[in-house]
Write a protein that binds this ligand. Structure first.
Ligand code: ATP
Ligand code: MG
Length: 590
């Protein structure tokens, strides 16, 4: 197996990767308080992310650089900058706006806009006011939007004029919980939509001098919906104390320093986009790049180069799309500033790790976490060797374990290396979710004693690295073997013609299930019978007949969630002619 050196760590604080040893390595809210100083009025994410930086040493540094659609006079993509000081003033004003409206601590606020400055201002202003904030992805249609507003019992909605007219207007009558709608006018104009408030007029009237609302580390701060990969999206509730995880993981897993230019490509409508696209970079005082456009290979290479990005956090689908776009495009741009690249959301194929090293000049560091965990739990960290294909090792203070479920409803640890079981995390880390919205029973079932059961299957090797096998729901049982789709997909992806692969178990009366692969091919490749035979042969040679796919179907694209994950449950439902279930998070065209 290849082990490749990682980017060197530039951290002065070195993580301790010896096995979990109880309280000593467990970072907690009070540790962070010791490092960052006490917050007035208790623990509020917005204090550490915003108020703390409104000081002489940091006020004039750039907090956000928004990349626009047009080019400037030197031919680069035009940007708009916002300093920490300017951002802090806007945030305080938005807190004022909410207070003037009588919106109080604990009231749910939904932010439904594209990646515009007002999104970031609203999220932090509402956190500062003690609200429970739920950023929703702007590509949601009226139905998924209405469902989430209703589930979250939102009192306030912040949106844009265009989104209001296209999505909100239709459903407004069915949303009795909404007391206030603030609308950001298109291209800076004021809006006069009946029964709504113009965002910028309200901000202009606010003076921005109100105090932060006192909150404790256990007060609810964020409501995030899961990606809906395996079923109906679940609403996970997070607390202000999560800031400890955000801060520590920014240091240990992403290697952030105040001088960094950081680009997290996830939309804040997903947990990655809030934890690492909004909160963590602000906590570390770095400059964040925000691109309001959707993925485009050339644009992304350009942004990395033109913005001199130093730390990049992205996802396997995007990396696979960059790989698919070919080497010529990649070599048009250079990235001498790029110091650290990380990926999350799906298994990262070993090929992609090495592609990063060869094409971008840095290997890609996979890390693992979920909406429920609120922050990164397992990572290939800076300063430690990467094992391509592995998610890495638990971060300091995170006690992970492989368990198997026992007949009495409990769990038992799997101590032997390389034996697969369910990935579990010992409860109590600061960003642990504190509930599933309106589903206490499901929340209770997610824990067995001290352990949170993640629903993902994995193995741990003798060096303590974790290897993703598949989601418990996706694992294929074939002729007595348990087959993780990721292993099969990886082998298919190794073939130079393959762009992406999704593998499912197709029910079979004799062996239980046979492995079927859906494959999309790279540009210029011909998806014909000869290629099918070649791929079947290639997989058999690498995986053996028991694990290799029996069937391969070529498709133009695989269905993905809007957060970029392959929806195997949909491939399976379509294969079997079954209802597709909840498709609210399905990407258009999937
Ligand atoms: P739902 O719970 O609604 O089915 P989801 O689990 O996809 O959706 P998220 O919380 O966004 O929603 O995704 C977390 C899941 O993504 C993890 O449980 C895991 O299955 C997968 N994942 C995240 N990072 C990695 C990784 N590095 N390697 C493998 N899988 C990963
Ligand atoms: Mg999940």
């Amino acid at each position: 197996m290849t082990i490749i050196p990682t980017s060197p760590s530039t951290n002065s604080v070195k993580p301790n990767f010896t096995d979990y040893d109880g309280e000593r390595t467990r970072f907690s809210w009070s540790d962070i308080e010791r490092q960052l100083g006490p917050a007035p009025g208790g623990c509020n994410i917005a204090y550490y992310a915003v108020d703390r930086h409104d000081c002489d040493s940091h006020r004039n540094e750039i907090a956000f650089r928004f990349v626009g659609p047009n080019t400037n006079d030197v031919g680069e993509l035009a940007t708009t900058e916002m300093t920490f000081g300017e951002f802090a003033l806007q945030v305080r004003k938005f807190t004022d706006v909410l207070r003037e409206l009588g919106v109080g601590k604990g009231d749910p606020v939904v932010v439904f806009t594209g990646r515009i400055p007002e999104l970031y201002v609203s999220i932090l202003g509402a956190l500062r006011n003690g609200n429970i904030v739920s950023p929703l992805f702007s590509a949601f249609g009226p139905e998924p939007l209405a469902t989430r507003i209703r589930l979250g019992d939102a009192h306030v909605l912040v949106t844009t004029e265009q989104l209001y007219r296209r999505r909100v207007e239709k459903i407004r009558g069915s949303l009795p919980s909404l007391r206030h709608i603030l609308v950001v006018g298109d291209s800076g104009s004021t809006t006069d939509i009946p029964d709504t408030l113009d965002f910028h007029s309200a901000m202009a009237d606010a003076d921005g001098d109100c105090d932060i609302t006192p909150t404790s580390a256990d007060d609810a701060a964020l409501l995030h919906f899961t990606s809906g990969t395996t079923g109906t999206p679940k609403g996970a509730i997070h607390v202000h104390g999560a800031v400890a995880t955000h801060y520590a993981t920014g240091l240990y897993a992403l290697d952030l320093h105040p001088s960094d230019v950081f680009w997290c490509t996830a939309d804040p409508g997903w947990v990655t986009g809030t934890s690492y696209g909004v909160i963590t970079p602000l906590l570390h005082g770095v400059t964040s790049i925000v691109d309001s456009n959707e993925f485009d290979a050339e644009r992304w290479y350009r942004i990395l180069e033109e913005q001199a990005v130093t730390v990049w956090y992205t996802a396997p689908t995007a990396i696979r799309m960059l790989m698919k776009s070919g080497p010529e495009l990649a070599h048009k741009y250079s990235h001498p500033n790029l110091r650290f690249i990380a990926s999350v959301g799906e298994p990262l194929n070993p090929d992609a790790v090495l592609w990063g090293r060869d094409v971008l000049g840095r290997p890609i560091h996979d890390n693992w976490w979920q909406t429920e965990t609120g922050g990164i739990m397992i990572a290939n960290t800076p300063g430690f060797a990467i094992k391509p294909g592995s998610m890495g090792r638990p971060l300091p203070g995170i006690d992970a374990c492989i368990v198997r479920r026992t007949d009495d409803g409990g769990t038992a640890p799997v101590e032997t290396p390389n034996v697969e079981g369910e990935l579990a995390i010992r409860r109590g880390w600061p960003s642990m979710f504190r509930g599933y919205l309106n589903n206490d029973d499901r929340y209770r079932r997610a824990f067995a004693g001290d352990w949170y059961l993640t629903g993902d299957l994995a193995k741990r090797d003798a060096d303590g690295y974790y290897w993703f096998v598949g989601r418990a729901d996706d694992v294929i049982k074939s002729a007595g073997h348990l087959i993780g789709p990721f292993e099969v997909e990886n082998v298919l992806m190794e073939h130079p013609a393959v762009a992406e692969a999704g593998v499912i178990g197709k029910p079979d009366p004799i062996v239980g299930a046979v492995v079927k692969a859906f494959v999309s091919v790279k540009k210029g490749q011909n998806p014909d019978d000869a290629l099918r035979r070649e791929l079947l042969g290639h997989s058999r040679k690498k995986l053996g007949a028991a694990v290799a796919p029996k069937e391969i179907e070529f498709v133009d694209v695989l269905p993905h969630t809007r957060s970029g994950k392959i929806m195997r449950r949909l491939l399976k439902a379509r294969e079997l002619g079954l209802p597709e279930g909840d498709t609210s998070t399905l990407e258009v065209g999937g």
